[in-house]
Write a protein that binds this ligand. Structure first.
Ligand code: HEM
Length: 285
């Protein structure tokens, strides 16, 4: 009998599975059958990456991780912070000096804010230098630019919450500058101050923007940003031979199309008729 007639050897049977693993798999199957989550998870987590990627491509994830830390420490701070002009500063004092590990959580949140801005800028610089904003990733860049704006707005709105002289006057300056902008400026100033003047309502307004509005916006846009990254894949390195060849081909195609447009822009001489000679026509007349 030829060797190809033998059936494949059976998969190695190592006995019944651990009941915990069986229960886990059963739960995953239950959820997957109703949601298709496993397929989505695989699409999101497992994809090919181009040759030559390095630590520079980890900056986006770092920004996301720092945002996660900010969310966790922020939730803990919000449990003790009192957003009222009469009590805000005292509650910050209590977090720093009385609450167990409050100084640590507050310190992590404060330094985390600066780290997040620096990391987002580094990530943006990496994307710019790699040329990863080019076709087809323009919208990834646009959603990133909105994330950068929202990250900076987190810094502005969080700074006021300490409610000391420095925080108060620094925010007055920032809001006054915003209010000077043409057309929309006065409206933005009004929205940020929660009225024509700085006052108790301004603190609540900033607290709500800092706690709810912008974190919600950042979480939503990170989801869109990452969906685009998953769909389009990571850009190839600028020095990749494949990418250089593709870009050269595109450039070539553009030039060819431009040359054809010039030809089509002129009226061709109908076939079989000699081109009129303008000099002779003039002499005949
Ligand atoms: C909260 C802020 C941000 C987070 C959490 C974030 C997250 C990420 C992650 C995880 C990736 C994939 C891995 C990587 O390339 O690092 C990525 C890619 C990308 N990001 Fe961001 N990002 C942020 C801000 C920005 C900003 C400010 C820009 C530009 C204005 C930007 C533009 C892009 C682009 C174009 C890509 C695709 C890069 C490629 O294909 O190589 N992102 N982002």
């Amino acid at each position: 009998m030829a060797t190809t007639d033998y059936p494949d050897p059976p998969a190695k049977n190592i006995g019944p599975k651990n009941p915990l693993i069986q229960a886990g798999e059963g739960a995953v199957d239950f959820v997957d059958e109703r949601t298709g989550i496993v397929g989505v998870g695989k699409w999101f987590m497992f994809r090919n990456v181009p040759k030559g990627i390095s630590w520079f491509q980890t900056l986006g994830f770092t920004a996301m991780a720092v945002f996660g830390m900010q969310a966790i420490t922020g939730i803990i701070l919000a449990m003790y912070y009192k957003p009222d002009p009469a009590t805000a500063h005292a509650s910050i004092d209590a977090i720093t000096n009385e609450v167990t590990w409050g100084w640590l959580v507050r310190g992590m949140h404060k330094w985390g804010a600066s780290v997040m801005i620096v990391v987002v800028f580094l990530h943006m610089g990496r994307v710019f230098i790699w040329g990863a904003y080019k076709y087809p990733r323009e919208l990834t860049w646009v959603t990133g630019a909105l994330l950068l704006f929202m990250t900076m707005m987190m810094g502005l709105t969080g700074y006021l919450l300490v409610w000391d002289q420095k925080a108060y006057w620094a925010t007055v300056v920032a809001v006054n500058i915003t209010a000077q902008a043409p057309i929309l400026g006065p409206y933005l100033g009004q929205i940020l101050r929660a009225g024509p003047e700085f006052g108790p309502n301004t603190l609540s307004r900033f607290y709500s923007i800092h706690m709810l509005l912008i974190p919600g916006g950042i979480a939503t846009f990170i989801a869109i940003h990452l969906a685009l990254v998953s769909k389009l894949g990571i850009a190839e390195t600028p020095w990749s031979k494949r990418r250089l060849a593709i870009e050269a081909d595109e450039e070539d195609a553009k030039r060819r199309a431009a040359r054809e447009r010039i030809v089509h822009g002129r009226t061709p001489v109908p076939a079989g008729q000699p081109a009129p000679d303008p000099v002779r026509t003039e002499v005949d007349a």
